[in-house]
Write a protein that binds this ligand. Structure first.
Ligand SMILES: Nc1ncnc2c1ncn2[C@@H]1O[C@H](COP(=O)(O)OP(=O)(O)OP(=O)(O)O)[C@@H](O)[C@H]1O
Length: 561
């Protein structure tokens, strides 16, 4: 097992940690990171020449360094890192992979501190509030820790207590991060096409929401209400009399974590059913409620002894606008018709992509995807592959996915990962199909029929390549008309002439430099500056050698053709 960092004396955890020191620590991280990225593109920094493998190794090393430094920088940065671990549209895949491994391994705080916070927040001492209270936390995370306790009414509960000094640390850190976001926004290279200030504001909103435990309590209540009709989903009850913005008391609902496959097996739980429940629960949240758990890492999902799915931690929830159902249907129709325009427009309407002046490149990328992945049966598409494709398009494009969309994507791919771990044959798309069908049958009949007709039309087309050929021709002609096909013409002859021309120009510059230096050498020699004259002479000789080699190359090149 990896060493647990919890004994480490972190600077941010000290009482007398000054904001100036914090400023230096954070900016040194940012500047070192910028230096590392700058050096990454320099061929000379790779001994023995640059190769793709060496660059990939360098990216990996950088990502590990980032993860460790974020851990050292403490709660705010661990959370920001976890948020960024969903942004495959902004960062290279190696970074995203390492960031998603970012786990809270921070020192637990003492029981004395827990007692003091509870008394301060709830106005009574621990023994007055609880029949018993376990001093050793059940779980400790960057923002708080969870203790088991029993109320005087006999109910078993867990008490979530927020880390002391967290608000102050957030205030200092977010102020510094604001400066960093501004710096990047104004940066000529990094600021272009990226909304750093927007991302910063989104992070702020999410972080402040996460440290308000009253908000978390309200979310848990809303979530429980949404799943009232589902007996296979459990959401801990909130004990509002024992709640404040920094202390939250919840019903104790023990379970086996969803990723502990062997333990689930040993407890006789139907793993296949759990995989399906996970997917269904998310589809219900997204398509029916528009209110979803945005942090579905396997630690926040467990299975009770009777095989129900337990959700923990409602600090980070996503909301989707009410028109999303129609929007999603529109996207589905667009995909079925392979209509890039329709898909892009629906994604804009959904707020999934931000509109820019020239949507041409985006539309072309989407069209490319539609043409390439729709020819395979839908079930074989893994969510991860589709979202990878989408991110591939988004990366380096002048638009960004808003956080909600990346959260949905992450939720889906996490679920797919866990689902596959639980049941190797699990397929998210298969679970999603009946939901999509149900939604479609609720739409007006005409659209639904045209969707099904379109699907059958595609099925016939892809079943025979011979039959598909005219369609391809037709598609290509259409694309030509719309200017969606770019032609690249290479002419060896022109290229050769152009190269010759530029070499001749280079030769002329060398000749000029040689005469300049020779003249300087002569003047210096006449004036008895012997050493300077020798230096100028040597430079002239050096350039002459380069010129001769260039002329020889030109000659050889001419003879080759
Ligand atoms: N109601 C509960 N009943 C039983 N165990 C619980 C309950 N709530 C939380 N836990 C346990 O405590 C762990 C941490 O809880 P939670 O995720 O709510 O804390 P957190 O501080 O928000 O953590 P993180 O920031 O890592 O998500 C859970 O993974 C779970 O094991």
């Amino acid at each position: 097992m990896e060493k647990n960092y919890s004994d480490k004396a972190y600077r941010w955890n000290r009482e007398n940690y000054s904001s100036k020191r914090r400023f230096i620590d954070i900016w040194s991280f940012v500047l070192t990171l910028m230096f590392k990225i700058w050096r990454y593109n320099k061929a000379w920094s790779y001994p023995g020449g640059v190769t793709e493998a060496k660059q990939a190794a360098r990216r990996k090393a950088q990502a590990i360094w980032i993860r460790n430094t974020l851990l050292d920088l403490g709660p705010t940065f661990i959370k920001v890192g976890q948020l960024f671990s969903t942004r495959a549209d902004i960062f290279p895949s190696e970074y995203v992979e390492e960031l998603s491994k970012l786990q809270d391994r921070v020192p637990a705080f003492s029981y004395e501190q827990v007692e003091a916070i509870i008394e301060q927040e709830l106005g009574k001492k621990v023994p007055e509030l609880f029949q018993s209270f376990e001093p050793v936390p059940l779980a400790a995370a960057s923002l708080g820790q969870v203790h088991k306790a029993v109320l005087y009414s006999g109910e078993a509960v867990v008490v979530k207590v927020q880390r002391p000094g967290l608000k102050k640390l957030f205030e200092i850190d977010l102020q510094i991060l604001k400066g960093i976001a501004r710096y990047f926004q104004n940066h000529p290279k990094w600021g272009r096409g990226r909304d750093w200030i927007g991302i910063y504001e989104e992070c702020c909103r999410i972080l402040w929401e996460e440290i308000d435990y009253l908000n978390e309590g309200r979310n848990a209540d809303a979530f429980r209400r949404n799943f009232r009709a589902y007996s296979w989903v459990k959401v801990p009850k909130v004990y509002w009399r024992y709640a404040s913005s920094r202390v939250l008391t919840l019903e104790y609902v023990p379970g086996i974590k969803i990723s502990q496959y062997d333990a689930l097996e040993a407890a006789g739980i139907d793993r296949k059913a759990i995989a399906r429940y996970g997917a269904q629960a998310y589809l219900h949240q997204l398509l029916n409620n528009g209110f979803f758990h945005a942090d579905p890492h396997p630690g926040n999902l467990a299975v009770s002894a009777d095989g129900a799915l337990i959700f923990y931690d409602f600090g980070m929830m996503g909301k989707i606008k009410s028109n999303v159902r129609e929007g999603l249907m529109e996207t589905l129709f667009g995909i079925a018709q392979k209509n890039g325009d329709r898909v892009v427009q629906s994604l804009i309407d959904l707020g999934a992509i931000a509109p820019v002046d020239d949507m041409g490149p985006v539309r072309r990328s989407v069209q490319y995807m539609l043409d390439n992945f729709m020819d395979k049966p839908f079930e074989n598409q893994s969510v991860a592959a589709i979202s990878d494709d989408l991110y591939e398009i988004a990366y380096d494009q002048p638009f960004r996915f808003p956080a909600t969309f990346t959260f949905v994507m992450r939720a889906f791919s996490t679920l797919e990962g866990v689902g596959k771990g639980l049941d190797p044959e699990f397929n998210f798309m298969e679970v999603a199909k009946p939901y999509a069908m149900e939604l479609m049958s609720n739409q007006n009949g005409l659209e639904g029929n045209s969707f099904l007709n379109e699907l059958s039309r595609q099925a016939v087309q892809v079943s025979s390549t011979a039959l598909g050929l005219p369609r391809r021709l037709e598609d290509t002609l259409e694309k030509l008309e719309r200017g969606d096909i770019r032609l690249r013409v290479r002419s060896v002859e022109t290229e050769r002439l152009l190269r010759r021309q530029s070499n001749i120009q280079l030769g002329t510059s060398y000749a000029l430099m040689i005469s300049g230096f020779t003249l300087s050498a002569t003047i210096l020699l006449v004036n008895h500056y012997v050493w300077l004259a020798v230096l100028a002479g040597l430079i002239a000789a050096g350039i002459s050698v380069i010129l001769i080699r260039l002329l020889l190359r030109l000659d050889r090149y001419d003879r080759m053709y």
